[in-house]
Ligand binder design. Structure first.
Ligand SMILES: [Fe+2]
Ligand SMILES: [Fe+2]
Length: 399
């Protein structure tokens, strides 16, 4: 019953798509291209079938819910749980598109596939210290995120479910450095606190966070976990001295895999609660692209030049030298080491971790919030994201 009420509080029909206040005419970032689409053929909306199940009275909500879920499945509509899982994924992908777009404007390849900025040569060069192809990878990662959210929203609409729009929350000022489009953003890349423990988590040969909730994996770059640092030049004043802009580029180099390992866990965690095989297929087909991003970026982060930023003391250690190095830190160990999985009594296995499904969406919101990605966002933004996350976390197989 709690779950049903939770769903009903945010259900919108396809005829009410601007209910969250987003304007169709605001300056359009990459991720909004799809928002002009006309609602297609009407299917059973989540409101209509949930409304029916609630109308039968509190004592019979459960029974009504199941009947209408069966009806929805027979008609090809999504169960409320599947819709909630995809809506949370779509929101996460819109956020990813927003910050990847900021990176691309400054350090990616500038073309019509990923329009927006005009490039910042000094920052681009600093990012390329990690790999000569960084601009291509940033461009392609940005485009991938756009296709993820656009597909998820279009799929939701095709099933008569409400897509997700975050335009009303596009209020944060971004970089004003050369190359930035200067448009308003959803995410803040200028005060990041990065948990780089994924570096040692994927190198650990025994410990799995799903089995040892309180195990503390060491940080690869402890300073990034204990302060707030910009991952992009905020203004052109950040372009020098050289060690300062290189530290900013290094911060970006560690932000990329930090973010992507989150998606790498989110999709398999959510997939465990999908009801329709097609929704399961979507989740297990997008998820591995996040893994491809993660491993690429994990490899590049290992190339970040060791240095100390003279303006703030931010230090990037040499991860191949004592006290770092070895199996826990050595930079060329980019394949996941086998670890305990499901049960410590089973043989160790090379797997994505964590993949615990309970509370995964709220966990992702907390992870992104703790990272500082939403600094400056409104209370309405946080409550909207929490609502999406709570709905996703309430989804159960078969409901
Ligand atoms: Fe994505
Ligand atoms: Fe991603």
């Amino acid at each position: 019953m709690t779950v049903s009420c939770c769903y009903v509080s945010v259900v919108k029909t396809t005829d009410n798509r601007t209910a969250n206040g987003s304007s169709r005419d605001e300056n359009r970032p990459l991720e909004d291209n799809l928002e002009n689409r006309k609602p297609r053929k009407r299917f059973i909306s989540r409101r209509s079938f949930l409304g029916k199940s609630l109308a039968v009275g509190a004592g019979t909500i459960g029974a009504g819910f199941f009947i209408n879920t069966r009806t929805a499945r027979a008609s090809g509509a999504l169960t409320p749980g599947d819709a909630a899982l995809l809506r949370f994924a779509a929101a996460a992908e819109i956020l990813e598109t927003d910050f990847w777009g900021q990176y691309n404007e400054l350090a990616g390849i500038q073309d019509s596939e990923v329009p927006g900025g005009s490039g910042n040569p000094i920052y681009t060069q600093a990012v390329k210290a990690l790999d000569g192809d960084m601009d291509q990878y940033i461009h392609d990662n940005t485009e991938d995120e756009h296709t993820h959210f656009a597909f998820l929203n279009a799929y939701l609409e095709s099933k008569g479910a409400e897509p997700v729009h975050l335009n009303q929350f596009r209020t944060l000022p971004g970089s004003t450095a050369t190359g930035s489009s200067g448009k308003l953003r959803l995410t803040n890349l200028m005060q990041l606190t990065l948990d780089t423990s994924w570096w040692t988590r994927y190198r650990a040969r025994i410990h799995n966070p799903d089995l040892e909730l309180n195990f503390k994996f060491p940080q690869a770059v402890p300073d990034l976990f204990h302060g707030q640092f910009t991952a992009i030049p905020r203004t052109d004043a950040d372009l020098q001295p050289h060690k300062h802009i290189q530290a900013i580029a290094n911060t970006a180099g560690f932000h990329f895999p930090t973010i992507e390992q989150g998606g790498n866990s989110l999709y398999p965690a959510m997939a465990q609660r999908a009801t329709s095989v097609e929704v399961l297929r979507i989740l297990i087909s997008i998820g591995p692209t996040e893994t491809m991003h993660f491993q690429t970026w994990a490899d590049k982060a290992g190339n970040a030049p060791p240095l100390t930023d003279p303006t703030n003391g931010l230090t990037f250690p040499d991860l191949n030298s004592p006290p770092f190095g070895g199996e826990t830190f050595q930079t060329n160990l980019i394949m996941p080491e086998p670890c305990a999985f499901i049960s410590p009594t089973l043989p160790r296995c090379s797997v994505i971790r964590p993949t615990e499904t309970n509370g995964i969406a709220m966990g992702v919101v907390k992870f992104l919030t703790d990272m500082g990605l939403f600094i400056g966002q409104s209370p309405a933004f946080f409550s909207f994201m929490q609502q999406l996350a709570q709905e996703a976390d309430a989804a159960q197989r078969g409901m």
